[in-house]
Write a protein that binds this ligand. Structure first.
Ligand SMILES: [Zn+2]
Ligand SMILES: [Zn+2]
Length: 342
């Protein structure tokens, strides 16, 4: 038996015992290292849904985790007991047209841990022990913490969003949202050669963190007139998942520029700004999860070429998962809250 955190419905989160099956030949039993609470986990907790993905049975949330190998199946060769590993939560089929075209994140038969996008739901990683296929794991030999390694998935989202933005060398990039994905996008934009990175938010703390991870300039969008931002960016990355933030991106992006939507907007929809996109020749593109960028993220973290430590605001044991979720929901106190094994 092991301990797992399950969301039964909005605001109904329980830490309860769960059966822990032994690993099969190509599988590995892991002990949780750290698991970051993501905006999507919070959406399941607060609203019972994320965009179009609605809870239809209890869900173990969590897709941003690191672990320590406890036991390996008879045919496992990539990892051994005691290894510290990064965990890729994305299981693409490898065979559909999208996978064959290299766009694994768009796989037709995607199984992504901790998600209600499929039914039965893909149970996630917020449990003390779990079993995964060895192909999902990368051993980290370097002296970086389990909390840092658990940031590989959110960093991959920022890297993928920036890769959807096109060439950034010499460009000014405006990013809305100073939470984890906004900050990961700041980091990724700098890695990609942006000349200037502007971070926007409606609260002070996220902007302070964005500055720590490399934003050149910050803007409190609740305190300025959107028109004052006109023509200030070549590229905008909308990481807040808010209609107001998208409006900021539309106002700020220069003619012929590009807006990348990486935040999930509310399910009830927004008026689509077709005429602004048309008349100003804007590119409006989506960025969903990550494909190759997971391995890039692991590479940047293991050497601390990317240092995510400013984002790690708290770490609580699994028994205190409810408290961890409440803390994660409070942006005045938290960026990334992580849960650990007891
Ligand atoms: Zn996430
Ligand atoms: Zn596929």
């Amino acid at each position: 038996m092991t301990l797992a955190c399950r969301i039964h419905a909005a605001h109904d989160l329980r830490v309860e015992p769960l059966e822990a099956p032994p690993p099969g030949p190509h599988e590995v039993e892991l002990r949780l290292g750290a698991m970051g609470i993501c905006g999507s986990d919070l959406h399941y907790f607060q609203h019972g849904r994320v965009g179009a993905f609605v809870l239809r049975e209890p869900l173990i949330p969590g897709h941003e985790a690191s672990g320590i190998v406890e036991r390996v199946g008879s045919a496992v060769t990539r990892v051994k007991p005691g290894d510290k590993v990064a965990i890729n939560p994305s299981h693409a089929c490898g065979q559909c047209d999208y996978c064959l075209g290299g766009r694994f994140n768009l796989c037709r038969r995607m199984f992504f841990l901790g998600s209600a996008s499929v039914f039965p739901h893909a149970q996630g990683l917020l449990r003390e022990r779990f079993v995964l296929g060895e192909a999902q794991l990368t051993t980290i030999h370097e002296d970086v913490s389990l909390g840092e390694i658990a940031c590989a998935e959110p960093l991959s989202i920022g890297l993928h969003a920036v890769s959807r933005a096109g060439v950034l060398t010499g460009k000014t990039v405006l990013i809305t949202g100073g939470g984890t994905i906004g900050c990961m996008s700041v980091i990724a934009a700098r890695l990609a050669g942006a000349a200037q990175v502007i971070a926007c938010d409606i609260a002070e703390r996220p902007l302070a963190i964005a500055t720590q991870v490399g934003a050149d300039r910050v803007v409190r969008t609740d305190q300025v007139d959107a028109a004052s931002l006109a023509d200030s960016a070549d590229i905008a990355i909308e990481a807040a998942g808010s209609p107001a933030a998208l409006a900021t991106c539309l106002a700020a992006t220069r003619r012929g520029g590009r807006i990348v939507q990486v935040g999930t907007l509310p399910a009830d929809g927004i008026a689509f700004p077709a005429n602004s996109i048309m008349a100003r020749e804007l590119d409006y593109v989506g960025a969903f999860r990550a494909a190759h960028a997971f391995d890039w993220a692991v590479g940047y973290l293991r050497t601390r070429r990317v240092d995510v430590r400013p984002l790690l605001s708290a770490s609580l044991p699994i028994e205190r998962s409810r408290e961890a979720f409440e803390l994660a929901a409070d942006r005045s106190r938290s960026t990334k809250v992580q849960v650990t094994a007891a």
